[in-house]
Design a protein around this ligand. Structure first.
Ligand code: PEP
Ligand code: MG
Length: 596
């Protein structure tokens, strides 16, 4: 039976494929395809791991002290029985044989199927046996880790490449995916994503968007309603997931898929066209990246530089092995060199909130950790609390500036004391490099304006920085007190709120008056719906995911800033979001073009 699940659209387009359900806790399990001639060896690897676990369980049983409760021995028998049961071992083998999944992926895919069956059991005692099967699978996964296969360097190292898999496209369905894990899905086998939780501007959604593949988040029930291997359609424009679509629906979506591919190809042709408005303003279109390797996509999109390199992604999922100065320097230098003389704006780590160092999902953070992580120790607050690491990062960035144009961007400043401490840290980092005889170039220093207090007092900040960059994702979150990662309040997360628009307009105006650079690097910059509005406010520099560049450029090429500016005051003075939006949509086209 076909069903529809509604969520939030985060990345455009239509994906059609078979669902791969991945438990949030197992997203980091190795996922890769094995070639036809490796299938037998992979099954053998699974068999060896299973035998090892069987031996482990048998030894545990034999070593039970005489006084141990009899239930313990019975439990080990149950685990042994589950281990050999065909519904686990036979079916896992089938995933390897038919789909060419590696053993870990096959095992976790089958666990999802079985867990579902247990959840649906009437009998409470039987339902609780799900925990046993999870424990058995956990043991086998650990044993597989000890018998790594050819490609089993792990999900993080092997990546989710699809050199050998079948022809059918795959889409990922999960309750939640941590931002750093989502990053691992870049260049993956998946052609679309659905998650149960998350807001449209959560970092998980932002990374999904940067991959430019259709995605829906906050689809609440999706991972419960979709079954392993179901055919599903992800409508990334409408935020809808269709499970087991009928033939007619499928045809309609295939048609839309082809249309949107044609549209993308058409827009891509704009990449070498300079972004100049009808009235002659040159607009700087920059790219947001998460990893140095993303710089290639930035160049290909026609970006004239990197406006935001989210350096924290280098630090996530690393356990205790955080990148040192040299490793960071190499990453920054790679990005700088890939941009061939174009400027690269490196943001110092923005760890915290929904981007913890370890791989916790939003749901886990919510339930287990800090009460209000978005208001806690994140971004510059975190860096200033770790002065040694902060200076190490500053030294690495400074050293990369010897290879091209580099700008440093400080996230989440709100207090002048943070500015003072940052300037001191930078001076000290330079001094340390001088003492060590290491080369560095001239860097500009910028502040992210993403806390309302900073936007309201931006004039004071502008005295200490060369430029500012408006982080609208957080500015909206903090101005409206809406957790950007919480789908239950995402209907209130509205960029059209007049208070938000006033903060943005004020910041742009103040920076322009002070003769300082100003750009927007939040998601609003990459949404063509807001291009005209930001131009009307006086913005001339936008930073966005490379995938957004062409549609924003198309808006720029059709814009007349004189005409647009005339409609701005009414929008800023509107009473609510709906009125502001309606005023804007009606305004610019009705306002007569001023005579020049
Ligand atoms: C923002 O807040 O708008 C921004 C660009 O930073 P991030 O999304 O990484 O918090
Ligand atoms: Mg931010």
């Amino acid at each position: 039976m076909s069903i529809q699940v509604f969520g939030m659209a985060v990345s455009r387009g239509v994906a059609i494929g078979r669902a791969v359900l991945v438990a949030s806790s197992r997203v980091d399990v190795a996922h890769y395809f094995v070639s036809a001639d490796q299938v037998e060896a992979e099954i053998e690897r699974l068999r060896a791991a299973r035998n090892e676990v069987a031996a482990e369980l048998t030894a545990l049983k034999a070593d039970l002290p005489a006084e141990a409760p009899t239930e313990l021995s019975a439990l080990l028998d149950v685990h042994l029985m589950l281990l050999h049961d065909d519904s686990l071992s036979g079916a896992t083998k089938q995933w390897i044989l038919e789909r060419h999944y590696n053993a870990e992926w096959a095992l976790s895919a089958q666990l999802e199927v079985l867990a579902r069956q247990f959840d649906e059991m009437e009998d409470e005692y039987l339902r609780e046996r799900k925990a046993d099967i999870e424990q058995v699978v956990e043991r086998v996964l650990q044993a597989l880790g000890r018998h790594a296969g050819d490609g089993a360097a792990g999900f993080r190292k092997a990546g989710l490449t699809r050199d050998f898999g079948g022809e059918e496209p795959l889409v990922l369905v999960a309750n939640d995916v941590a931002p750093a894990d989502m990053l691992q899905f870049k260049r993956s086998v998946f052609t679309g994503f659905v998650t149960d939780v998350g807001g449209t501007n959560s970092h998980t959604a932002i990374v999904a968007r940067s991959m430019d593949i259709p995605a829906v988040v906050g689809a609440r029930e999706a991972s419960r309603l979709v079954r392993q291997d179901d055919w599903i359609v992800i409508d990334g424009d409408a935020g809808v997931v269709v499970v087991n679509p009928s033939q007619i629906v499928l045809e309609e979506y295939r048609f839309r898929q082809r249309q949107s591919e044609l549209e993308r190809a058409r827009l891509h042709r704009l990449r070498n066209t300079p972004a100049v408005t009808l009235d002659g303003h040159a607009i700087e279109l920059l790219a947001n990246i998460e990893m140095p390797a993303d710089a290639a996509a930035a160049v290909d999109s026609g970006a004239v530089g990197i406006g935001l390199f989210r350096s924290e992604f280098l630090f996530m999922n690393r356990g205790d092995d955080l990148p040192g100065e040299d490793e960071q320097f190499e990453a920054y230098r790679d990005a700088v060199q890939a941009m061939k003389g174009l400027p690269v704006t490196i943001r110092t780590v923005d760890i915290g909130a929904d981007k913890p160092l370890d791989r916790l999902t939003t749901a886990e953070l919510r339930h287990e950790h800090v009460l209000n992580p978005a208001l806690g120790l994140r971004a510059i607050r975190w860096s200033l609390s770790e002065p040694g690491m902060f200076r190490q990062q500053l030294r690495a960035i400074l050293r990369a500036s010897a290879f091209g144009k580099v700008r440093i961007l400080i996230p989440m400043v709100a207090h002048m004391s943070e500015v003072r401490l940052t300037l001191e840290a930078l001076a000290r980092a330079r001094q340390q490099l001088d003492d060590a005889g290491k080369a560095y170039g001239r860097v500009e220093l910028g502040a992210m304006i993403e806390v309302p207090a900073a936007a309201l007092r931006v004039e004071s900040f502008l005295r200490h920085f060369d430029f500012v960059s408006i982080g609208t994702n957080d500015l909206i979150q903090y101005a409206l007190a809406i957790d950007r990662a919480d789908e239950s309040v995402s209907h209130l997360y509205d960029p059209w709120h007049p208070a938000v628009l006033q903060l943005i307009a004020h910041t742009i105006g103040a920076a322009n008056n002070a003769g300082r650079g100003v750009s927007v690097c939040g998601e609003m910059a990459g949404d063509p719906v807001f291009t005209d509005l930001l131009l009307a406010m006086g913005l001339r520099s936008f930073s966005m995911h490379p995938s957004r560049m062409a549609s924003v450029k198309q808006r720029v090429l059709r814009a007349d800033t004189r005409r647009l500016a005339g409609a701005l005051p009414r929008v800023l003075e509107a009473d609510d979001c709906a009125t502001a939006c309606a005023e804007w949509m009606a305004g610019p086209s009705l306002a007569p073009a001023p005579r020049s």
